[in-house]
Design a protein around this ligand. Structure first.
Ligand code: AMP
Ligand code: MG
Length: 414
């Protein structure tokens, strides 16, 4: 008898998975290794930024008071007494009607409070003349104008992007505490599977899901442990799954979660005593996507159909792994867009269509069945059509989830 499964709405399934995901501690890494990791401590400003008043231009540092009354007819002359570049500090004490020739980034002499740009001056034999008055602090980049010492600049739990790295470097963090990354295993199941380098033989196909998931993990900055391929045999698959589940925080399998005669994952979960969070989701493709937990480790049972496998990873594995990585923004960014072509199929379940989004319109990325490979490669987004809808027309506004963003969104929006 075929087992009856109750489909769970996608949003509930996402919620269930995320609720089971926990951060797995923190570790210290070198700054150069920290891109893409999640901060496990706040970044505190160890100094003002900038740390001193400085010139934002190449020009002349003056005392603004000396410029009062300058006009085109009454140019005021300054004697240039020193010349400094960025990194240098003038040792001269600026007196009335004196200027220091100063380059961008150089510290302002103590007595100076304004900078005259080159193009606002005329050079004379021993200095410059100017034709307008300067206000106190005009053209001065003030100490602490960007950030103040001791302020919390970035909260713990934030994604480390290139700008975060710049801040960490600014404040002298050569090492930084980040959330640990989960160990993820990948196992592709199916007697029909060949290795990538194998020649095609009748009835067999090459394993594309395994390498695809490696790349999906890599896009999140995660490495994985490969458990290769296993044939559809209960004992053999059980042995590999058990071992892999013990050695990893999260095992992703592909194939074998449906109700076919050779789909052994449900029996394996049972034998492992795993808690199955769900084994049917009200979505296409990938309705058989199964997520279980055994001894605090995740078991993601993704469909073998490539599009379903891809979508199942992005919808469920990705937010769970991000949460384990300590992230707060777990979800694909959501937007709305205008459908670029008709989509006539009815949607009994929520439908996720691999699609091309150009910032305004979104169109299916070609062949659209759960076993499609081509549309995964061509797409950069997923169109989401709600369950119970009858088909959509060109020009309709639809929900879109964006794939491949460096950092996700804090809320699940659908
Ligand atoms: P399954 O989920 O095991 O019922 O497999 C569903 C479909 O996906 C079948 O047509 C399989 O041949 C195909 N498939 C399963 N595993 C893979 C894989 N690793 N790479 C590509 N296709 C696969
Ligand atoms: Mg199979």
């Amino acid at each position: 008898m075929v087992e009856k499964r109750t489909p769970l709405p996608v949003a509930e399934a996402v919620k269930k998975v995320v609720a089971q995901a926990f951060s797995i501690g923190a570790e210290t890494v070198d700054l150069e290794e920290s891109y893409g990791r999640i901060l496990a401590e706040p970044i505190i400003a160890s100094s003002d930024v900038p740390p001193f008043d400085r010139s934002p231009y190449d020009g002349f540092a003056i005392r603004s008071i000396d410029s009062v009354g300058a006009t085109g007819d009454n140019r005021i002359a300054f004697k240039v007494i020193d010349h400094i570049g960025a990194g240098e500090v003038s040792s001269k004490k600026l007196q009335a009607f004196e200027a220091v020739r100063i380059m961008t980034g150089a510290q302002l002499p103590k007595e100076a409070d304004a900078v005259v740009m080159f193009e606002q001056t005329q050079e004379t034999g021993e200095g410059i003349t100017i034709r307008k008055p300067f206000l106190p602090l005009e053209n001065v980049s003030l100490q602490g104008e960007d950030l103040r010492k001791d302020e919390v600049v970035i909260e713990s739990g934030s994604f480390i992007n290139p700008g975060t790295i710049a801040l960490l470097a600014t404040f002298g963090y050569s090492q930084i505490l980040v959330a640990k990354q989960p160990t993820v295993g990948i196992l592709s199941t199916g007697t029909e599977l060949l290795a990538v380098e194998d020649d095609l033989v009748p009835g067999k196909i090459r394993n594309s899901n395994g390498p695809m998931i490696v790349a999906q993990l890599k896009r999140m900055g995660l490495h994985c442990k490969m458990y290769g391929m296993s044939i559809d045999n209960l004992d053999e698959s059980y042995r590999v799954v058990k071992k892999a589940a013990e050695e990893t925080d999260c095992l992703i399998t592909t194939g074998g979660v449906s109700v076919g005669d050779f789909d052994f994952l449900p029996a394996i979960y049972e034998k492992l005593g795993a808690q199955v969070l769900f084994n049917k989701v009200a979505m296409r493709p990938g309705s058989v996507t199964t997520v279980a937990v055994a001894n605090g480790r995740f078991l993601f049972g993704l469909s073998g159909n490539p599009s379903a496998c891809f979508t199942g990873f992005e919808l469920f594995a990705r937010p769970a792994l991000l949460k384990m990585m300590g992230a707060q923004k777990l979800y694909m960014p959501h937007t709305k867009a205008v459908l670029g072509e008709d989509f006539k199929k009815a949607n009994p379940f929520t439908r996720f269509i691999r699609a091309i989004y150009d910032g305004k319109t979104v169109s299916p990325a070609g062949f659209n069945k759960s076993n499609a490979v081509s549309s995964i490669a061509r797409g950069n987004a997923l169109i989401v059509l709600p369950g119970g809808s009858r088909g959509y027309q060109i020009g309709d506004t639809v929900d879109v989830l964006l794939l491949g963003s460096e950092e996700g969104a804090a809320r699940w929006q659908l």
